[in-house]
Design a protein around this ligand. Structure first.
Ligand code: TYD
Length: 205
């Protein structure tokens, strides 16, 4: 039987550089011939599409409904019959995911109780916990500067106060919900190639 693939989740506030670092990692894995799927949350699946409409304020939804939709999207991402993550990992293919449960803990508990968010996501953590979570740490000011340079529509979460709370929530969540999990924290302001090397070493077995 195939050996189960590895599940690596990238986390960080908006503008922390996940996209760039995931690109470096995928290239390196491809070069080595490692079978690996790149994916993200929110997904492009049904609940994920609804979420993007809510985050860009095209539709108005209560924050608790948004938090619950993130859970629904994640369950679908894990279990859907076509290319669900559980099936993919089982087949021996590894997965690199841009955001997973810690994004819910950090973002959705800005407006809702963190314990509620953690409990709501337990349906997902019972199914799958990352073999390694990579957290890219940058100050909210740096993140906002990067966002301003690269993007047009600011999403619901991208104000300095919010990003500051989200960053604090990440560290709180690592304490409360990270016990027994492998969480590697990196300085997201390092030059991209240097950071990519550090991440590669950090996630190695
Ligand atoms: P993000 O991956 O940053 O989207 P983009 O492709 O636009 O860079 O995710 C969109 C937003 O969703 C981001 O601000 C974080 C938020 N989010 C939550 O609030 N809870 C979650 O569980 C997840 C996965 C994301």
């Amino acid at each position: 039987m195939e050996k189960r693939g590895r599940f690596i989740a990238f986390e960080g506030i908006d503008g922390s550089g996940k996209t760039t670092q995931i690109e470096y990692l995928m290239k390196k894995l491809q070069k080595l011939g490692v079978k690996c799927l790149e994916t993200c949350e929110p997904t492009g699946l049904a609940a994920g599409r609804l979420l993007r409409s809510a985050l860009t304020k095209q539709i108005k939804l209560d924050n608790r409904a948004i938090a619950a939709l993130f859970v629904a999207d994640r369950v679908d991402h894990l279990t859907n019959e076509e290319n669900g993550l559980l099936k993919t990992l089982e087949s021996g293919c590894s997965v690199v995911c841009d955001r997973y449960c810690f994004s819910s803990y950090a973002y959705n508990s800005v407006d809702t109780d963190m314990d509620w968010v953690i409990n709501a996501n337990s349906v997902c953590t019972k199914l799958l916990v990352p073999d390694c979570t990579v957290f890219l740490d940058v100050a909210p000011d740096t993140a906002l500067m990067r966002i301003a340079q690269g993007r047009e529509a600011a999403e619901l979460f991208e104000t300095k106060e919010r990003l500051t709370l989200v960053r604090e929530n990440y560290f709180k969540a690592f304490d409360i919900a990270g016990a027994g999990q492998r969480i590697e924290i990196f300085d997201g302001t390092l030059p991209p190639e240097q950071l990519a090397d550090k991440i590669w070493t950090g996630i190695s077995d």
